[in-house]
Design a binder for this molecule. Sequence first.
Ligand code: SF4
Length: 348
Amino acid sequence: MWFSNQLLKWYGANKRSLPWRQTKDPYCIWISEVILQQTRVDQGLPYYESFLKKFPDIESLAAADEKEVLKSWQGLGYYTRARNLHFAAKTIIDSGGRFPETFEEIIKLKGIGEYTAAAISSICFSEPNAVIDGNVYRVLSRFNGLGVAIDSCKGKKLFSSIANDVMDKSNPGDYNQAIMEFGALQCKSSNPDCESCIIKSRCAAHETGTVDSYPVKTKKVKQRARYFNYIVIEGDRGCFYQKRSAKDIWQNMYEPLLIESNKHLGRNGILKSEEWLHVFGNQEDVKLVPSASLEHRLTHQTIKARFWKAQTNFCSMNTKSPLEEFAQEDLKEIPIPRLIEKYLELSG
Ligand code: SF4
């Protein structure tokens, strides 16, 4: 109890005032938890506010068009999470509109894993389920001096058991928020503030001077490089974009004509590519001008993108091409990946 009491005391004195801490509405907590899984609080806050303004409840989210949901998520990344939120909202409405109230029911919703189910069930319904995220792993591994890898099966079980043992079961919602906030503000991954730490007298890592050794991980995230050659085709009214339909990153979002290759292509490589031939055939009267190069890192892959501007005779564009023309103002309404948004910012 000493550990949880200290964390709750620290939380009472140090917690940030955030909108999702003023409510126990499971819809709001759900949205905040999904946003915070992929971004820092200061970056996620404006997204939380604008998402709730646009979709204030489950009904409005379920009734929305997927395009609108993706547009509201634009810039946050991990778009599958937005699609899952939308899908799960429709499931809730189809089954009567009541948000499920137990961990077992909540985790059945599409896209909700153990972390989110534990967060919602503890914060909104006072169920004693410990959350385990990167902050919790860090605090528990340092405090207990645990060298078991957090990404191993053994480690996951061990940390789950310790997290549930040490939690304050009479106040699980605040306790869960306390340990995560403590990890985010005090026991940070680099430069933790050990000197002013309320639990340093019993912290194993502090005592042995091994704070930087925790948490332990076995696997390194492998980064795959992908080469995207984007052809930005400008028409009379605006720009030609296509919808990504494959089961890949950015599904259902829009982008200019894409030719993916093993390395960046030159003009000839572009004119001979399947994608180009499908849209323009063997046209030679094409002016391709290099426009910009950008690198965009995702969790497991780095996109090395090169943009070209194309000037051609658009009358001969294949009518079966997936490209659609969008006026500049309509471009603001369609969901586009952050990489394309960065390009648009750069090219004015
Ligand atoms: S003493 Fe340092 S390492 Fe230990 S819990 Fe406190 S901040 Fe974390």
